[in-house]
Design a protein around this ligand. Structure first.
Ligand code: AR6
Length: 187
């Protein structure tokens, strides 16, 4: 599925985030930037030790990355030149600000990419693996936040891609994007 929002192509597809041929891919990281499982593990193992070394430097300089924020490193051996590491919230039932923190993780990543002049960007579904955020709800937040950001910053990017690991997650994102566009059609 793809749609043009104020001059940026927004694409949803099934795939592996580490294989994407875009300028930056987004990592679903933890606050210590320690590397882990899921997307994080895949990025560090495909990208090599340069990424962990830069994460260590960020940890030493600023203590890591708070939930809802984002930091950037190079992409090491990845096709992507940069990795934007963002930290989504751990799901605790939905009454501890999880929705806003997840929206903030997407917004911070988009803003950091825009500030760096990055023109193509790929996201995974943040927080919906090890951090157990319910997928339908997370997809709604991801699509609404991204659409609002793109609409507010015309032609900020050439392309923003969501790379979803399974057919079920892709379907949740497609449905969520459909709903967001119904309430406010793309340009
Ligand atoms: N490409 C695209 N999506 C993937 C890939 C991949 N290679 N691998 C998994 N997914 P997760 P989180 C999907 O757990 O919930 C780590 O240990 C996966 O199916 O990667 O934000 C970090 O260090 C799910 O839909 O991220 C943190 O401690 C989604 O990506 C913690 O996990 C996110 O799953 C972050 O947990």
């Amino acid at each position: 599925m793809e749609v043009n929002i104020a001059g940026t192509l927004l694409k949803l597809l099934q795939g592996n985030i580490v294989e994407q041929d875009v300028e930056a891919i987004v990592n679903a990281a933890n606050t210590g930037l320690w590397g882990g499982s899921g997307v994080d593990g895949a990025i560090h193992s495909a990208g090599g030790p340069a990424i962990a070394a830069e994460c260590r430097r960020i940890r030493e300089e600023q203590g890591g990355c708070p939930v809802g924020r984002a930091v950037i490193t190079s992409g090491g051996f990845l096709k992507a030149r940069y990795v934007i590491h963002t930290v989504g919230p751990i799901w605790h039932g939905g009454r501890q600000g999880e929705d806003e923190l997840l929206a903030s993780a997407y917004r911070s990543s988009l803003q950091l990419a825009k500030d760096r002049g990055i023109k193509s960007l790929a996201f995974p579904s943040i927080s919906t693996g090890a951090y157990r955020f319910p997928v339908e709800r997370a997809a709604g937040i991801a699509m609404a936040t991204t659409k609002d950001f793109l609409a507010a910053h015309p032609a900020a990017f050439k392309e923003v891609r969501f790379v979803l690991f399974t057919p079920a997650v892709l379907a949740a994102f497609e449905q969520a994007l459909g709903k967001v566009l119904e309430s406010a059609p793309a340009s």
